[in-house]
Design a binder for this molecule. Structure first.
Ligand code: NAD
Length: 261
């Protein structure tokens, strides 16, 4: 599957799933704009590594996905660097685990901003160029929690359900323009985000981290294993290819059977 000549933005790609998706898109030949927080040297090694290993152009934007003006500037910077944005992967996300009545107001607001509103602002900014070129691929990294709920994740579950709804509307508005918009709904993937959550849940429930992984995390997934980052990269590359041009408005579960229950 070649994406040679295409230009992509992957938000939240300095770690975890986004890093893997950026790598997969570059391996398929796409130029990539990385984004996210992280140690400057590590980010530069990652950026230079994509160029060295895959012969693509790679740039980095430090835009904060909770800030609409910075999101707009990120898209403009990508258009300046590549001449266009063909592929937008909205991946940046954060998580907080707490009961509804104890859930901090500021975390609710921040989770909506990063996990949901950033998708809207980035799509809004990239859409005029995609429409003008009559080609676009938007992949929103939602979650199994965009389809089903778990306790203590009120802000995350609400935001990810919002991403699934936003995905459908964008797909309907662009269905005749050779632009697709889909959500990927992963189950548990072993990334820094989930490792933090394992620690939080272990402390809150007086369990060991091994018990949380076995009895809480993997208990949700009939496959009894974490989803691989490479599996999400491969699906994203497929969704960005021409063979996936009729797949739009869907939410693709990659969750080891979790949401089939
Ligand atoms: P991660 O913590 O490893 O990576 C998150 C990335 O987002 C990092 O690059 C971080 O710098 C970036 N980021 C955070 N806040 C940002 C901000 N304000 N502006 C710009 N970048 C920001 O997490 P992950 O597990 O790789 O999660 C990636 C996405 O996948 C998230 O949307 C998450 O909700 C979703 N997801 C993860 C899992 C899982 O099990 N790990 C499951 C389903 C969905």
């Amino acid at each position: 599957m070649s994406l040679k000549g295409k230009a992509a933005i992957v938000t939240g790609s300095t770690s975890g799933i986004g890093q893997g998706i950026a790598e997969a898109l570059a391996a398929a030949g796409a130029d990539v704009m990385l984004n996210g927080f992280g140690d400057a040297d590590a980010v530069e090694r990652q950026r230079a590594g994509l160029e060295r290993d895959h012969g693509v152009k790679a740039v980095f934007s430090a835009a904060d996905m909770s800030k609409p003006d910075q999101i707009k500037a990120m898209v403009a910077d990508a258009e300046a660097a590549f001449g266009k944005v063909d592929i937008l992967v909205n991946n940046a996300g954060i998580q907080t685990v707490a009961a509804v009545e104890e859930f901090p107001d500021d975390r609710w607001e921040l989770i909506q901003a990063i996990n949901l509103s950033s998708n809207f602002y980035a799509i809004k900014a990239a859409m005029p160029g995609m429409k003008a070129r009559n080609w676009g691929r938007i992949v929103n990294i939602a979650s199994a929690h965009g389809l089903v709920a778990s306790p203590y994740k009120v802000a995350y579950v609400a935001a990810k359900h919002g991403v699934v709804g936003l995905t459908k509307v964008v797909a309907l508005e662009t269905a005749q323009m050779n632009i697709t918009c889909n959500a990927i709904c992963p189950g548990f993937v072993k990334t820094p985000l989930v490792e933090g959550q394992i620690g939080e849940q272990a402390r809150a429930n007086d369990m060991t981290e091994e018990q949380v992984v076995r009895d809480v995390i993997l208990a949700s997934q009939p496959s009894k294993r974490f989803v691989g980052i490479d599996e999400l990269g491969a699906l994203t590359v497929f969704l960005c290819g021409d063979q996936a041009s009729s797949i739009t408005g869907t939410s693709l579960s990659v969750d080891g059977g979790w949401t089939a229950r």
